[in-house]
Design a protein around this ligand. Structure first.
Ligand SMILES: *Cc1c(COP(=O)(O)O)cnc(C)c1O
Length: 347
């Protein structure tokens, strides 16, 4: 086997969902965000595991992403689309029974004209300025829309990973002003918002990254393990260099392992001379630049020649690796390449 082995622990994902679910009241439904093919981990097996854990409300970014979920779970779950009702989506929204979260007056008109009577929700902008109707836009259509019974009103927090940020309260207050007393279901919180407490939970929560073991869910099960096979090991004398650009120089006689994975597999070039790989509990620094399909690793301190080295494991989580590369766990996950042999385990 010459490609990396990516193991995804479905039981851990289900347990993360259950733990996030337990943080809100029984009356609050916990949804699951599985956009970008389940944060790059393959939404098929993930939604099956989440369904068994009790999830019935799924969210994706684009209508196209819903077909894998319908294929797995049939019509037993709701699937909402963050990007709303885009031009060309009508047939999919109809045939796959999707609920678009309408973002603008334009989308509202398109939806009501194309699919009158079909379910929809409304996304409201409370300050992030990414998607959703502005307060003035909502005010203009609210009295027309509310009697049509949108099945969800939602907004998204910009700073929920920082509980002390004043933006959280500001968005909460505006969301309430825009939606109080309408008698409709509401949703404000992704993973970060779940930890801001019951004021932020409303009727449905929308955790994504926490399901997959990422911050800010600090107690999460770590659900991805990525092990990279060693192709070759060599000895260097002091002064020899490793990789493109000679960016790493042996200070002492060193032993270098070349592992099979690189930036084409999502291990970004910013990890050059930064991250570590692990031989079980022992860390071994990346030596030199990450290339397209290979990474050099300094294994001088190991007492054996490893057949493989881990880059994601219980000792180095997606957030540990992200910190070393100047990015976030979300980007590490969604970049994991298609060359890895993927294995889904349920224990
Ligand atoms: C991605 C996303 C989520 C999930 O966010 P996490 O931080 O991954 O929990 C929820 N709501 C919206 C609108 C999103 O775009």
């Amino acid at each position: 086997m010459s490609t990396g082995n990516l193991t995804i622990n479905l039981k851990g994902i289900a347990a993360n969902w259950a733990a996030l679910n337990a943080l809100s009241a029984d009356t609050v439904q916990t949804g699951a965000v599985v956009k970008a093919d389940g944060y790059g981990l393959d939404s098929g097996p993930i939604v099956r595991a989440l369904y068994h854990a009790g999830a019935r409300q799924f969210f994706v970014a684009a209508a196209e992403e819903a077909s894998a979920i319908r294929r797995e779970l049939g019509d037993s779950v709701s699937i909402n689309i963050f990007s709303g009702h885009m031009r060309g989506d009508t047939e999919m929204i109809h045939d796959l029974h999707l609920t678009p979260m309408l973002n603008s007056f334009n989308q509202l008109t398109r939806h009501l004209e194309a699919l009158p009577g079909h379910s929809f929700g409304i996304q409201l902008d409370t300050g992030m300025n990414r998607l959703g109707m502005e307060p003035s836009e909502w005010e203009a259509v609210r009295d027309t829309v509310v009697p049509l019974k949108p099945n969800l009103l939602m907004s998204h927090l910009a700073c929920a990973d920082d509980p002390a940020h004043p933006m959280n309260r500001q968005q909460l207050d505006l969301f309430k002003t825009m939606t109080d007393g309408l008698g409709l279901k509401r949703s404000l919180s992704a993973t970060g918002g779940v930890f801001l407490g019951p004021d932020y939970h409303f009727d449905i929560t929308r955790p994504g990254i926490g399901l997959y073991g990422g911050a800010p869910f600090s107690e999460a099960n770590h659900v991805v393990h990525l092990s990279l096979p060693v192709i070759q090991i060599r000895d260097l004398t002091a002064g020899e260099t490793v990789g493109y650009g000679n960016s790493w120089t042996a200070k002492v006689p060193s032993r270098i392992a070349t592992v099979a994975s690189g930036y084409a597999d999502g291990l970004i070039r910013a990890m050059s001379n930064q991250g570590n790989l692990w031989a079980d509990k022992t860390s071994c620094p990346i030596a030199g630049r990450v290339s397209m399909d290979m990474i050099g690793v300094d294994i001088t301190l190991l007492d054996h020649d490893p057949e493989s080295l881990d880059i994601l494991s219980p000792y180095q989580t997606i957030d540990d690796l992200a910190d070393m590369a100047g990015t976030i766990g979300y980007e590490i996950l969604t970049s994991l390449g298609m060359r890895y042999a993927r294995r889904y385990v349920s224990q």
